[in-house]
Design a protein. Structure first.
Length: 212
């Protein structure tokens, strides 16, 4: 049976949440209450014991909600938590990460252009991410934005599941899905200007309705 991904792939970015004064577990709980079926924990700083404890608590939240958890960058942490991993171009290569994860856990791999996408076809990744589709504020030195036309052309180059990422808002969601991608990863647009449990939950519900 072919793996399926939820159409909305929320990312719990600890850096972005810290800037907003919000706790990752609080945010994740609201997303899960709003119907999220997959969450990625994105932590770009040192993986301290406290961060591992947060990741472990998040694994428990996801398990109780019947949602997948994916850990960004760290195959070792993912294996410890029985979670998936999402790797970037400068992380452990997917073929080596697979040895840490085993065959059953989800493995995603980021790409940013045609050459990387073609090379990723040979890797044992369950899905590929492609982006940024639009200008994004979530990275300090982002790759050039692809736009919708280029995204559609790149979709045709792989049979793997493809996740679009980078600056995508609710206004663009349906147009992005029309390019043929399987899922949309979202960071900033899941953080309303007024961040309460209710507004985050409602924003997740809005995204789910838009991408049905």
């Amino acid at each position: 049976m072919r793996l399926e991904l939820p159409r909305v792939y929320p990312i719990v970015d600890t850096g972005a949440l810290k800037r907003r004064g919000r706790d990752p577990l609080w945010f994740a709980e609201a997303l899960l209450e709003g119907g999220a079926r997959i969450l990625q924990l994105r932590h770009k700083e040192h993986y301290s014991r406290a961060v591992f404890e947060t990741a472990s608590a998040l694994a428990g939240l996801c398990a109780r909600a019947g949602a997948r958890l994916v850990i960004d960058d760290r195959a070792d942490i993912a294996a410890l938590l029985d979670a998936g991993v999402h790797l970037g171009q400068n992380d452990l290569p997917p073929r080596l990460a697979r040895r840490v994860l085993g065959e059953a856990r989800l493995l995603g791999f980021s790409t940013h252009n045609e050459a990387q996408l073609r090379a990723a076809e040979e890797e044992p990744a369950d899905y590929l991410a492609i982006g940024p589709v639009f200008e994004t504020l979530s990275k300090e030195n982002p790759d050039p934005a692809l736009g919708l036309q280029r995204l559609a052309a790149l979709r045709a180059l792989t049979e793997k599941l493809l996740v679009a990422i980078g600056g995508i808002t609710r206004d663009q969601a349906r147009a992005v899905l029309r390019t043929g991608v399987d899922s949309i990863a979202v960071i900033g647009d899941l953080m309303p200007e007024e961040m309460t449990k209710a507004t985050v939950r409602e924003r997740m519900e809005e995204w789910t309705a838009l991408t049905r």
